[in-house]
Write a protein that binds this ligand. Structure first.
Ligand SMILES: [Zn+2]
Ligand SMILES: [Zn+2]
Length: 284
């Protein structure tokens, strides 16, 4: 087993007095001697929060991107500039697509910022573009693309691949991280655009006979209807994770519903929150 300390470097709210919030998500993972990031936030709070939490951004050796939205990739240039050794970046090829939020009155680009695209082309950056599940560090796995199911339907109608809003972005780039512990599997979500239940189904498929122990991250339920929220809670009930940390884009109503349904399991996230695990190696 390898000790893993997960520190939230960026989130929409804060867990300590010395960190700042932004609309974004970044997990720092200290796995034995390895230093990884899952997402990079927008980049507004990354350096200040790393400083406040005594996290050395120059030691990062690996970054996994959950998807191509700006609030998960905007900090890439900062990390690449700070890195003292080459950095491996794992991403789904569709993370590089142009992405737009098309609203009733305005349209804005929400894909990977230009500076982040440029950072990926630096000589010190080794890109690994894959749609498949992969082990990115000992015992730490990326789900790759999540197969979609009926139950995974999410309100993604405002996400598009063109500024005119003609082509819906299926967000095939959405991927999560997972690892096994003595208590079961832990899943880290970016925005869960693939749908939290579809993600958990895929993780279960990749980790046969292991219970889901914990779920942390963005669950993208801000626009979910009461019925959809009920469906998520009903489907989570048999899983009974011991730890649920709704963060980032989960939304206040969904967060409240999860806390009400799973009062023993829910814990607050926020920049500065720390979670310790022991990672089993070679489980899958
Ligand atoms: Zn997103
Ligand atoms: Zn997001």
């Amino acid at each position: 087993m390898i000790p893993l300390r997960i520190t939230v470097l960026a989130d929409n709210c804060v867990a300590t007095r010395t960190t700042r919030g932004e609309h974004g998500l970044c997990f720092h993972l200290a796995l034995g001697t390895r230093r990884l990031l899952f997402d990079t936030g927008q980049g507004f709070v990354l350096e200040d929060n790393a400083h406040a939490l005594a996290i050395d951004l120059s030691a990062i050796d690996t970054i996994a991107l959950s998807h191509g939205h700006y609030d998960h990739t905007g900090g890439l240039p900062l990390v690449m500039a700070a890195a003292r050794a080459p950095v491996t970046v794992h991403l789904h090829p569709d993370a590089l697509q142009l992405k737009y939020h098309v609203g009733t009155s305005s349209t804005r680009s929400i894909g990977m910022p230009e500076a982040a695209r440029e950072a990926l082309t630096r000589p010190a950056c080794r890109q690994v573009r894959s749609r498949e599940p992969s082990e990115i560090a000992p015992g730490l796995y990326c789900t790759g693309e999540i197969p979609r199911s009926e139950s995974s339907a999410e309100p993604t109608d405002t996400f598009h691949l063109d500024p005119q809003g003609k082509e819906v972005d299926p967000l095939r780039d959405d991927q999560s991280l997972f690892f096994d512990t003595p208590d079961g599997v832990v899943v880290l979500l970016g925005c869960a655009h693939a749908g939290i239940m579809a993600i958990l189904d895929h993780v279960r498929h990749l980790t046969p006979n292991r219970p889901i122990h914990a779920i942390l991250g963005g669950m993208h339920l801000g626009h979910a209807s009461v019925l959809q929220l009920q469906g998520v809670i009903e489907k989570l009930q048999p899983t009974m994770p011991r730890l649920i940390v709704p963060m980032h884009c989960t939304g206040p109503r969904a967060t409240a519903a999860l806390w009400a349904a799973f009062p023993e399991a829910c814990q607050a996230g926020g920049a500065g929150a720390v979670f310790d695990f022991n990672v089993n190696q070679g489980s899958f």
